[in-house]
Design a protein around this ligand. Structure first.
Ligand SMILES: [Zn+2]
Ligand SMILES: [Zn+2]
Length: 432
């Protein structure tokens, strides 16, 4: 990323307190664009907003005086998935260039994946709702659900987390039996919601993972659909600095074990997401479909889910490194979060309760601007949480410790802690 003009203002260096951070290479004046992430590596629009948010630029129809967008990608099949909507024909065309197979026409496309995904979720959700209560709580038949059951109440260690993933790979090794295994997990109480095939969150996470797998696949394909496009368009094959490469993504902080320790049901959720993603990719390109060449999009995707490593690499970085995709009127108190996206380089910025930079979304891009003059060598930080004047030290740190697992040592926090210490000392000395 050091080659790009947008990144020449700062560098990523190790810090004295551990980890890495971003530091200004020169004096930067207030309001300077320091980073442009042209597009997310991976993103998802929440299912409930699917008719109102443009599938390419994330534009929200209500902000344009419309209840929904009317430009649809024609699936050509009435019984298949709900259409993906766009604000303009331009957005539809760009989306098509980026989500359809750059290789042969008969090969796998995003649309087939999407159709299969939505159809399966609908069918399975209906099927599971019909299953009797008697069968719901008595079927801890697989090693995987038994193991998850023992972990759901308490102590998750690195070892038993790894064992769960090993059992998951074993359980999902044959594509044909993945669905029945997922049904079993859905019926058992190891899932976050009893009797649910995939929760809304799990289904959205699975869509997010699929999008990430597509980006990785497209970036690796020689016959890229849009490599001749300008680099500001946010297309998948933009030079890596805009979107980030797979290796850039791997540089992001991993909080998998911390997350699962604080919310043990997440492990079962992650495993269900992996199983479902593997099922969807395998069954879309399955025996009834066209033959899959290893170098085609379908072939590469199949390879990526043959074990859990790649899906896990994304899931392990999802929670703490993604940005909400908010409607543009961010100052509105009723502002809606429409989805979320992993803007890889944006996630390199650390947190500070008095941030130096602020982010602003423009279509598919996320821009980072300085909020005040910054001196050379100063750390560039954003805020992960509400840091307004009303947000107290206790509230901020509870949130940072709960979600990001660190105690903030920024100047504001130290100052406010110092204030507390002094107040305590004062009252002690005033005691008789
Ligand atoms: Zn659009
Ligand atoms: Zn702080």
């Amino acid at each position: 990323m050091s080659d790009s003009p947008e990144c020449s203002l700062f560098e990523v260096l190790p810090t004295v307190y551990g980890g890495r951070s971003t530091f200004a290479k020169q004096d930067i004046t207030k309001g300077t664009l320091v980073l442009k992430c042209a597009a997310p590596y991976s993103s998802v629009i929440l299912r409930k907003f699917r008719k109102e948010v443009c599938g390419w630029c994330f534009s929200y129809s209500f902000e344009h005086g419309k209840r929904k967008w009317d430009t649809k990608f024609d699936t050509g099949n009435k019984n298949s998935a709900p259409p993906i909507v766009f604000c303009t024909d331009d957005c539809l065309n760009t989306w098509e260039r980026n989500y359809q197979d750059p290789g042969t026409a008969k090969a796998l496309s995003w649309l087939q994946i999407h159709s299969n995904f939505e159809k399966t979720v609908t069918q399975e959700t209906a099927g599971l709702a019909k299953s009797t209560n008697a069968s719901r709580f008595t079927t801890f038949s697989t090693n995987l659900s038994l193991h998850l059951q023992t972990l759901s109440g308490g102590d998750v260690t690195k070892e038993n987390m790894e064992e769960a993933w090993r059992l998951a790979e074993e359980t999902f090794s044959k594509p044909k039996t993945i669905l029945s295994a997922l049904r079993e997990l859905g019926r058992s109480s190891v899932s976050s919601d009893n009797g649910v095939f995939l929760t809304e969150f799990e289904a959205d996470s699975a869509r997010f993972i699929l999008d990430g797998l597509f980006t990785r696949t497209f970036q690796a394909m020689p016959s890229a659909p849009s490599s001749s496009e300008t680099s500001s368009s946010g297309d998948r094959n933009d030079s890596a600095f805009n979107i980030g490469s797979w290796n850039d993504l791997l540089e992001l902080q991993v909080l998998e074990l911390d997350n699962i320790r604080s919310r043990p049901s997440l492990l079962a959720s992650f495993i269900r997401v992996y199983g479902f993603v593997k099922y969807i990719i395998s069954s879309t390109s399955g025996p009834s479909g066209p033959p899959i060449e290893a170098s085609s999009l379908g072939g590469v995707l199949l390879g990526l889910v043959s074990n859990s490593n790649v899906v896990r690499d994304i899931l392990a970085r999802d929670h703490s490194n993604v940005f909400g995709i908010w409607e543009q009127a961010e100052d509105d108190v009723d502002c809606e979060m429409l989805g979320w996206g992993m803007f890889v380089f944006g996630a390199y910025f650390n947190h500070d309760c008095e941030p130096t930079i602020v982010k602003k979304r423009e279509g598919r891009s996320l821009m980072f601007y300085t909020m005040r003059d910054v001196a050379a060598g100063e750390e560039l930080c954003t805020s992960y949480i509400d840091v307004s004047a009303e947000s107290t030290l206790e509230k901020r740190n509870a949130e940072l410790e709960g979600e990001w697992f660190f105690t903030c040592q920024c100047e504001r926090c130290q100052r406010e802690r110092g204030g507390v210490d002094k107040a305590v000392k004062k009252s002690e000395t005033s005691l008789p």
